[in-house]
Design a protein. Structure first.
Length: 203
């Protein structure tokens, strides 16, 4: 056992009260091949006005709110990772390094997240569908197992896993149903948080 006042060589624990300097750039937190970068690039190139997102063009007066792109990134990330309620999305935006990077350290509260879904449901569904199709078309998340459209798959370029234009069109209803189910789950969890038990600690 380790005795008080002693420490193992090379494994001294840092005191919690000690000041720490985090990386000066948020970009240092995320590897170049992290899938969250695909979410960021995808949302930034979307025409949010065409998709029907409210407040995509900021008002000339009043304090600016969260840009729809920021909240959409939260939702696409939540969909990919099956984060099951607006309160959990709020919590992850405060502690999850990937979401902190994705939002640029903005931390919307759960009501803002839920209101965005209520006001932009069809546009969110369209954006999530386009993202899933883009991932499959371009073979993103290669050599990684990713939860997408409610199932887990490994990106392998063989005949059974390769998605042609015909296969993608045939898959559209399933993708739409998956996104819709996710948004319904969020609505249900927001109305009754007890339906979503706290995640178990992984040992």
């Amino acid at each position: 056992m380790r005795e008080r006042g002693c420490r193992w060589a090379g494994t001294s624990r840092q005191e919690r009260t000690q000041s720490v300097l985090f990386p000066e750039r948020l970009d240092d937190w995320i590897d170049e091949d992290n899938p969250v970068r695909a979410v960021d690039v995808f949302v930034d190139q979307l025409d949010l006005v065409r998709l029907g997102f409210e407040r995509a063009q900021p008002a000339e007066t009043g304090r600016p709110g969260y840009h729809p792109a920021t909240l959409l990134k939260v939702y696409v990330y939540g969909y990919l990772n099956r984060i099951q309620s607006s309160r959990r999305l709020e919590r992850e935006a405060q502690r999850n390094v990937e979401l902190i990077w994705l939002t640029g350290r903005l931390m919307p509260d759960f009501k803002t997240i839920a209101d965005f879904r209520r006001d932009n449901g069809p546009a969110i569904r369209t954006a999530c569908r386009e993202f899933v199709l883009l991932c499959r078309t371009l073979g993103l998340f290669e050599e990684a197992t990713v939860a997408i459209d409610g199932s887990k798959f490994k990106a392998v370029n063989n005949r059974d896993k390769n998605f042609t234009e015909h296969k993608l069109k045939a898959r559209l209803p399933a993708v739409d149903d998956s996104v819709q189910r996710y948004l319904i789950e969020l609505d249900r969890a927001d109305r009754d948080p007890s339906l979503v038990p706290e995640a178990r600690v992984q040992h």
